[in-house]
Ligand binder design. Structure first.
Ligand code: SF4
Length: 248
């Protein structure tokens, strides 16, 4: 157990148990899917050391943030908080989702849990769902921020045709769509678990929710199902934005 981890109440433990069971199911199903896909000649670029997508915004549940927060050392939590403040600044300046997305990749930048020298995730065992279900059918060059948006005319036509003709994409981007569909089970499981344990569901940005999950006063408000108190605490920490922290 890392030095920053606190003993959790039983309600939190139930949420984490549901999440870890759902991750186990997803990891087994996605491994089987990928094995069959690759046996049939399908191409997946992703592997250890490739991290071109680790500067995308990542949406999570509070359950996922709590699992990560429990596994981090104090210096990693501090880095997550610093990143969360950059997310907040980006959100406050954004006018719409695409602008937020582009700006996140450039101005907020890479996840602090990424080891930039090795390209490895330092929280791989507890990484959130989105980091588990994102797989590329093309070289990492096409995952790099700004590349697809600025392709020349010929390459843009090639990219559009390649993606459209590949039955495992959604026809628009080069990521594998069925794996994203498979992970819906994780979202359902944690939704049910959060509601049963806390009476509320909380979704939003990965770095912000992980930072809030590490804050005892915030978590106590959530555990009491006290949304107004949780919002007040998030505001006092400078980590509140209605699009970034969403109670449901
Ligand atoms: S948690 Fe790991 S896989 Fe996910 S964005 Fe951060 S470094 Fe990348």
């Amino acid at each position: 157990m890392p030095s920053s981890a606190l003993l959790l109440p039983a309600s939190d433990e139930r949420v984490l148990a549901a999440l870890e069971a759902a991750y186990g199911r997803f990891d087994a199903r996605s491994a089987a899917w990928l094995e069959k896909y690759q046996r049939g000649g399908g191409y997946v670029h992703c592997g250890k050391g490739c991290a071109a997508c680790c500067n995308f915004p990542v949406q999570v549940s509070l359950a996922e943030g709590l699992l990560v927060a429990q596994s981090l050392e104090p210096d990693q939590l501090e880095a997550m908080r610093a990143h969360a403040f950059k997310v907040m600044r980006n959100a406050r300046g954004a006018t719409e989702w695409n602008a937020y997305l582009r700006s996140h990749r450039v101005h907020v930048g890479f996840c602090p849990l990424l080891n930039r020298e090795t390209g490895a995730c330092t929280a791989y065992a507890v990484r959130p769902t989105r980091c588990r279900d994102t797989y590329s059918t093309l070289d990492a060059h096409y995952c790099t921020a700004g590349v697809v948006e600025t392709l020349g005319r010929e390459e843009r036509a090639w990219y559009a045709r390649t993606v459209r003709e590949n039955p495992v994409t959604d026809g628009v981007s080069h990521y594998i769509a069925p794996l994203e569909d498979l992970s819906a089970d994780v979202a359902t499981a944690v939704s049910v678990a959060m509601r049963a344990a806390w009476g509320v569901e909380l979704w939003g940005d990965f770095w912000v929710l992980t930072s809030l999950a590490a804050d005892e006063a915030f978590m106590n408000a959530v555990r009491a199902g006290h949304v107004a108190r949780a919002v007040k605490r998030a505001k006092s920490l400078g980590l509140w934005h209605p699009e970034i922290v969403r109670f449901e």
